[in-house]
Design a protein around this ligand. Structure first.
Ligand SMILES: O=C(O)c1ccc[n+]([C@@H]2O[C@H](COP(=O)([O-])O)[C@@H](O)[C@H]2O)c1
Ligand SMILES: Cc1cc2nc[nH]c2cc1C
Length: 337
């Protein structure tokens, strides 16, 4: 059961008290994996994935029946600084496209057999420009976290969160820089495709935001000052899934920046998450390195929407089909040495 998020301290407390993966199921899955008809380790990371998933679901021989993809959309005050190759109205236009089934994520969620939900967060009221002040106040942050928290279906057995928000690679870069240090230029990429002058301007904006709001510090405070509504909603959904023991596949740079904030709230906050892919946004690989999560796929995607993670659902399904469906050496009458 998910507690009601009445304030930010409730959020911190719920995430810190979230249950661990089930060691009995994990050990039983590892034991089963050792008996399957293949040389030890021959299915590589598929084996680790199946054991990891079994632990979180508390079932040594699981399969995926009810994956959920949620796309959150938000608009950003900082977009007025010319940090994107596209205008902010594209955010609402793409929400319409999600709702009528015409976006890439609709096709990828369908191909993976996943249900898809879309939540637009106050698109008519962008966050404040973080070079001028905090992007959100505490009430706005709580509201966005709650949207994500409540969007997770407790009956889902796998979660992908994606986003749509013109300008949002700028807050994602600022959050990453504030969390992990280094130069703003190291974290700033081309997003939807800004040119060299656009990239220089965007780097200045990221630097101003980080200088204003500080590096290090509390994950929720950074999310409030430098983040955005869809970024906070993704963090809320990932946290809810942690409490509900629903495994998560992380998407691209913006999704991972949202997730990274949670590691500053509770150290094991992302133990239930794997990285679906490495996007083409320049700093995503470095961010994944800080999270300690090697990507399952690297296909040059830079779309967002949950697209890379939705593709990776099919890898995880394949891992579990092998783990739960294969015969053991004893069952198949195959010599095990
Ligand atoms: O997922 C990624 O790594 C990713 C990389 C580049 C761009 N995006 C998407 O593009 C939008 C942000 O790009 P921008 O240039 O407007 O900051 C936003 O809607 C994201 O979903 C997403
Ligand atoms: C068209 C378009 C689709 C997107 N999907 C996610 N981010 C996007 C940005 C643009 C510009």
């Amino acid at each position: 059961m998910l507690p009601d998020l009445t304030d930010l301290d409730r959020f911190r407390a719920a995430l810190s008290a979230a249950p661990a993966s089930d060691a009995v199921a994990r050990d039983a899955a590892a034991d089963r994996n050792g008996q399957l008809t293949k040389p030890p380790g021959a299915l590589g990371r598929l084996e680790d994935l199946a054991i990891w998933y079994a632990g979180w679901r508390g079932d040594a021989r699981p399969d995926i029946k009810a994956p959920q993809v949620i796309v959150f959309a938000g608009n950003h005050g900082v977009a007025a600084q010319g940090v994107s190759a596209f205008p902010p109205e594209v955010t609402a236009q793409m929400v319409q496209n999600f709702q009528s089934g015409g976006a890439a994520i609709n096709q990828l969620a369908h191909a993976a057999g996943a249900r898809m939900d879309v939540h637009a967060l106050d698109l008519e009221r962008p966050t404040a420009d973080f070079t001028q002040g905090p992007a959100m106040d505490k009430a706005e942050l709580l509201e966005a976290l709650r949207t994500g928290w409540q969007a997770v279906d407790p009956g889902a057995d796998l979660l992908v969160v994606g986003e749509m928000g013109i300008g949002n690679t700028t807050p994602a870069a600022a959050l990453s820089c504030a969390l992990y240090g280094g130069e703003p230029a190291d974290w700033t990429g081309r997003g939807t495709g800004v040119d060299d002058a656009g990239l220089a301007n965007k780097t200045r904006v990221v630097a101003e935001g980080v200088a204003r709001h500080g590096q290090g510090g509390d994950g929720l405070d950074l999310l409030r000052c430098l983040g955005g509504r869809e970024i906070a909603a993704m963090a809320g959904a990932i946290a809810a899934a942690r409490v509900l023991r629903i495994p998560v596949i992380l998407d691209g740079f913006i999704c991972c920046a949202a997730a990274a904030c949670l590691t500053r709230v509770a150290p094991g906050a992302l133990d239930h998450a794997v990285a679906g892919h490495q996007s083409d946004e320049a700093a995503h690989g470095v961010l994944l390195g800080h999270l300690g999560k090697p990507p399952l796929l690297s296909l040059g995607l830079r779309l967002g929407e949950g697209s890379g993670a939705a593709l990776a659902i099919q890898i995880l399904k394949a891992a579990l089909a092998c783990h739960s469906g294969m015969a053991t050496f004893a069952e198949a009458g195959v010599s095990d040495s």
